[in-house]
Design a protein around this ligand. Structure first.
Ligand code: OOG
Length: 254
């Protein structure tokens, strides 16, 4: 493997493991293809330490996120076992650099996804859906990055909290989404902001994973992407996300 790929993967992996931000790379240091190779190499390091892949996340599926971060393309990254925070548990923010939270929906697959699928087929590949929150934590100072930087950094993915599973796929379109900190609403939007309908994230996930030469085994998680901009997490808070029709999911911070 290319030494630069391994070197950059090592820097990003260390930054995540130590919760210490690094400077963004000089623009043009690597292209998007190499960014995905760096991303995979950094995940391989986690796997070598006993972690395992659990699925994928999509990023920038909503205009609000693209505008917040100043980029304009869909991205994807890996979810691993150790990123899973238990629903209702207390999350220690000291393990993160400058964590933010986003309201999402999470899918659980029931069939292997080995190639592109269309929107009509998507539900067939799914076992269940749940309200979820992603904790993102860019390894770059001040969350400043190019599209290539953020892809190399596994799309800022750091943690996820998944609520109760159901098969209410019919409730997914244009459902109200909100996050409250200690009972006060801080973010509000609609699942329609996610590519028009969150099931489209499954179509995109299948396309992107197939294009990268990977497959998604049955039982994988797919995080559909944030419905709103992200909100900075604060300590000593109760964080609750409601997704209309699907229920809610919550955790606490210290
Ligand atoms: C990149 C991650 C974006 C989403 O859902 O759009 C993302 C970032 O904003 O740091 O997870």
């Amino acid at each position: 493997m290319n030494q630069t790929t391994e070197h950059i993967a090592g820097l990003l992996d260390d930054a995540a493991a130590k919760a210490q931000a690094i400077e963004q790379f000089v623009p043009g240091s690597f292209d998007l293809d190499q960014a995905y190779r760096i991303q995979r190499a950094s995940i391989e390091r986690r796997i070598a330490r006993g972690d395992g892949t659990r699925g994928i996340k999509l990023g920038f599926t909503s205009r609000a996120k693209m505008i917040q971060m100043g980029v304009n393309d869909l991205i994807w990254g890996w979810l691993t076992e150790r990123m899973l925070e238990e629903e209702g548990s207390t999350v220690d923010l000291a393990r993160y650099i400058h964590p933010r939270v986003e309201p999402e929906v999470c899918f659980l697959t029931r069939r292997d996804i080995t190639g592109p699928i269309n929107a009509l087929e998507a539900a067939d590949y799914l076992e269940a859906v749940a309200p979820a929150m992603e904790i993102i934590d860019s390894r770059y100072q001040n969350f400043k990055f190019t599209l290539e930087d953020v892809v190399a950094d596994n799309c800022s993915s750091a943690g996820l909290v998944v609520g109760a599973w159901s098969r209410r796929f019919d409730r997914l379109g244009n459902a109200g989404v909100s996050i409250a900190f200690n009972g006060r609403s801080v973010l509000a939007g609609s699942t329609a902001a996610i590519l028009g309908h969150p099931l489209r994230s499954v179509v995109q996930a299948a396309r992107l994973v197939a294009a990268s030469g990977h497959t998604l085994p049955a039982g994988s998680l797919i995080m559909a992407g944030a419905a709103t901009a992200a909100q900075e997490l604060v300590p000593d808070a109760h964080i609750r996300c409601d997704v209309g029709g699907l229920g809610h999911v919550e955790f606490f911070t210290v």
